[in-house]
Design a protein around this ligand. Structure first.
Ligand code: HEC
Length: 270
C-alpha cells in the first residue's frame, strides 16, 4: 500500500464525519476517496478491470445508502431540483454541459490516436503442432498420422498418380491465388497479406516438415495457429471447412511432387 495516498484519503473520510456535509457532497467525497485509494494507493497497481469491478460495487452501495432513507432522498432531490431550476446555478450547469462531452471526447481521441508500434516479439513461423487434432469431429493423432496414400507410390503407382492428379485439382482450385503458379508464395492475392503466403519452393518450408504437420496447417489454417505465431494474423484459410480429408492428403502429395521436395520422415523412437 502507498501510505502517502491512503492515510490522507482515510483522514479526509474521518474528517467528513465532523462536518455537516450535504448528502451529495458526502457521496461524492466517498466515491472519490475510495477510487483514489484503489487507483493510486495500491502497490503493485491493481488491474483496471478489477478497479472497475470495485468501483461498480462502490457505486451501487452508495446509491443503496442514498435511497434507503427518505430524508436523504429528499435532501438530494431538493438540491437537484434547485441546481437544474435556479438561475444562479446556470453557469455551473453550462460549464458541466460543455466540460463533460469535452473530457469524454478528449479521452476517446487520446485512446484512438496512440501510435502503432511493431510488436515486441518475433513471429514463430513453424510452431510446434498439437499432439492431436479433430477433423470434422474425428480425432487424428498427429504424432502417429501419416499420409494414407504415400505407400501407393511404391505399391500401386497408377493409383498414386490419380491421387496426385486430384491434389493438383485442389491446388489450382483453391491455393494458387495465394501460393502462386510456381508455388513460390506469389499468387495474385499474395501481396495483400502480412505474413506472405508460404513459398513451397523454399527448402525451409515443406521440405523440413512432416506430412501430418502440413495436414494440421492446411486443415486449421491461420485461425488454428497457437499464440506464438501471432501477433500478425495469417490469412491462410482453415480448409477443413471446404476440402475433404482425402483431398488434403492429395494436395499434400501434389505440393511435394510439384516442388520436387521430400517430406521429413517420421522419426523412429529409440
Ligand atoms: C488467402 C490466401 C491463402 C490461400 C488461398 C491458401 N493459403 Fe496457405 N498460407 C497462406 C499464408 C498467408 C501462409 C503463411 C502464414 C502461415 O503459415 O499461416 C500460408 C501457409 C501455408 C502452409 C504452411 C507452410 C509452412 O511452411 O508452415 C501450408 C502448408 C499451406 N499454406 C498450404 C495451403 C494449401 C494446400 C492451400 C489450398 C488448399 C492454401 N495454403 C491456400 C495463405 C493462403
Amino acid at each position: 500500500m502507498n501510505l502517502w495516498v491512503c492515510i490522507p484519503a482515510v483522514l479526509a473520510l474521518i474528517g467528513l464525519r465532523f462536518l455537516k456535509t450535504h448528502i451529495l457532497g458526502w457521496l461524492a467525497a466517498w466515491w472519490i476517496c475510495v477510487f483514489v485509494i484503489l487507483k493510486f494507493g495500491m502497490v503493485p497497481p491493481m488491474p483496471s478491470s478489477i478497479i472497475g469491478l470495485y468501483v461498480a460495487i462502490l457505486t451501487s452501495v452508495l446509491l443503496l445508502y442514498l435511497t434507503s432513507d427518505t430524508e436523504r432522498m429528499s435532501q438530494a432531490g431538493n438540491f437537484l431540483m434547485r441546481f437544474f431550476g435556479e438561475r444562479k446555478f446556470a453557469p455551473y450547469l453550462w460549464t458541466a454541459a460543455v466540460l463533460i462531452p469535452l473530457l469524454a471526447g478528449t479521452n476517446a481521441y487520446l485512446a484512438a490516436s496512440k501510435e502503432v508500434e511493431a510488436p515486441a516479439s518475433g513471429r514463430t513461423i513453424h510452431p510446434a503442432p498439437p499432439g492431436e487434432m479433430t477433423f470434422k469431429g474425428k480425432k487424428i493423432d498427429l504424432i502417429k498420422a501419416s499420409n494414407p496414400f504415400r505407400e501407393l507410390e511404391t505399391k500401386d503407382p497408377t493409383a498414386f498418380e490419380t491421387h496426385v492428379a486430384a491434389g493438383r485439382k485442389v491446388y489450382y482450385q483453391n491455393c494458387v491465388f495465394c501460393h502462386g503458379d510456381n508455388m513460390e508464395g506469389d499468387g495474385i492475392f499474395a501481396y495483400g497479406y502480412d505474413p506472405l503466403p508460404a513459398n513451397f519452393q523454399d527448402p525451409t518450408t515443406i521440405g523440413m516438415l512432416q506430412e501430418s504437420y502440413l495436414f494440421w496447417r492446411i486443415a486449421k489454417g491461420g485461425p488454428g495457429l497457437p499464440e506464438e505465431s501471432t501477433p500478425w494474423s495469417s490469412a491462410m484459410p482453415a480448409w477443413e471447412k471446404f476440402v475433404s480429408e482425402d483431398d488434403i492428403w492429395n494436395v499434400i502429395l501434389f505440393l511435394y511432387r510439384f516442388t520436387g521436395q521430400k517430406p521429413r520422415a517420421q522419426e523412429k523412437a529409440e
